[in-house]
Write a protein that binds this ligand. Structure first.
Ligand code: PBG
Length: 332
């Protein structure tokens, strides 16, 4: 970049002198419409269970979820992402509950849609909440099977779309799943259902609290390194995104968020497509842990961490901070 001007005629601090001036020259903006709220849903009625490793986050029964969605909608948050904590008795090696049209996710989708039809709904295509092995795909003899898993993911996507979910978010990292899910959705008459692909999803330790929240940690045997990406890789993320776009992804995602903003920037620059990032459970836990100890200023770090995503090029952010951030943005 050619920098016109030099000190002392040029003084960059001039544009930082006043609040109005800083606002005038701000390069990125953060608004509630940038945020997708992930929610945890649990069986029962009038149930609210705190997630110990995510202070401030609760698993909600469907009725309470509808109320929470009403609040988010009032704050102009455009979409939620639903994650179920499934009864361990329903978890099997074939993850059959994932394709049950009456499963917890499908009931949650229908409850939200009937209460708040204007709220967008995103649902994972992944088997981990339903799989007694805790993996995103079907496991046989210790191996996570690719093509067999994709078949189940297609059926899972269709039942979720049947229930009213508008965005399927394949988070399983099986090869070829985006194209297969696109075809399955189209054949089932869901040509308008969008795919937000977890295209560059890393095998990250930052997912720990999420696995507590949905109860998959106890079930998980081994790790996810044979399908999720190696944190050492960046070029590979570009190949993953390219393949998913070629297979029909409407939007792509990078996950985790803050530690992977270099990937967000590369993806946005290289492809110029709707690009999302997931500020994951461990990032939330880190931030809240420090806040609880009085080491960080909550409101300031909430907004700064989210602005960092926008600056990196993210069009939107999946974040557990969505509601509190939207309130802070509103109050000014
Ligand atoms: C499941 C899934 C995970 C997350 C979203 N979908 C966990 C994992 O892959 O183990 C993580 C979200 C978070 O940590 O907040 N495939």
């Amino acid at each position: 970049m050619i920098v016109p001007g030099s000190f002392p005629t040029t003084r960059l601090r001039r544009n930082r002198r006043d609040d109005w001036n800083r606002r005038l020259v701000a390069e990125s903006r953060l608004g509630p419409e940038d945020l997708i709220l992930p929610v945890f849903v649990v069986e029962g009625e009038n149930r609210r269970e705190p997630v110990a490793s995510m202070p401030g986050i609760d698993r909600l029964s469907c009725d309470l979820l509808v109320d929470a969605v009403g609040e988010a909608l009032g704050l102009r948050i455009p979409a939620i992402a639903i994650f179920p904590e499934v009864d361990p008795a329903l978890k099997t090696p074939d993850a059959a509950e994932a394709v049950n049209p009456e499963n917890l996710v499908c009931r949650a989708i229908r409850a939200v849609k009937s209460g708040h039809p204007d709220m967008g709904i995103v649902c994972d295509a992944a088997l981990d909440p339903f799989n007694s092995d805790g993996h995103d795909g079907i496991v046989r003899d210790g191996e996570i099977l690719n093509d067999e898993s994709v078949e189940v993911l297609c059926r899972q996507s269709v039942v979720q779309a049947d229930a009213g979910c508008e965005v399927i978010a394949p988070s399983d990292m099986m090869d070829g799943r985006v194209g297969a899910i696109r075809k399955a959705l189209d054949e089932a008459g869901h040509g308008g259902v969008r795919i937000m692909s977890y295209a560059a999803k890393y095998a990250s330790a930052f997912y720990g609290p999420f696995r507590d929240a949905i109860g998959s940690k106890a079930a998980l045997k081994g790790d996810k390194k044979t399908y999720q990406m190696d944190p050492a890789n960046s070029d590979e993320a570009i190949r993953e995104v390219a393949l998913d776009l070629a297979e029909g992804a409407d939007m792509v995602m990078v996950k985790p968020g803050l530690p992977y903003l270099d990937i967000v920037r590369r993806v946005k620059t290289e492809f110029g497509v709707p690009t999302f990032a997931y500020q994951v459970s461990g990032e939330y836990a880190m931030l809240k842990g420090a806040v609880r100890n009085g080491w960080l200023d909550n409101d300031k770090v909430v907004l700064e961490s989210l602005m960092a995503f926008k600056r990196a090029g993210a069009d939107g952010i999946l974040t557990y901070l969505a509601v509190e951030a939207a309130k802070l943005l509103k109050s000014g």
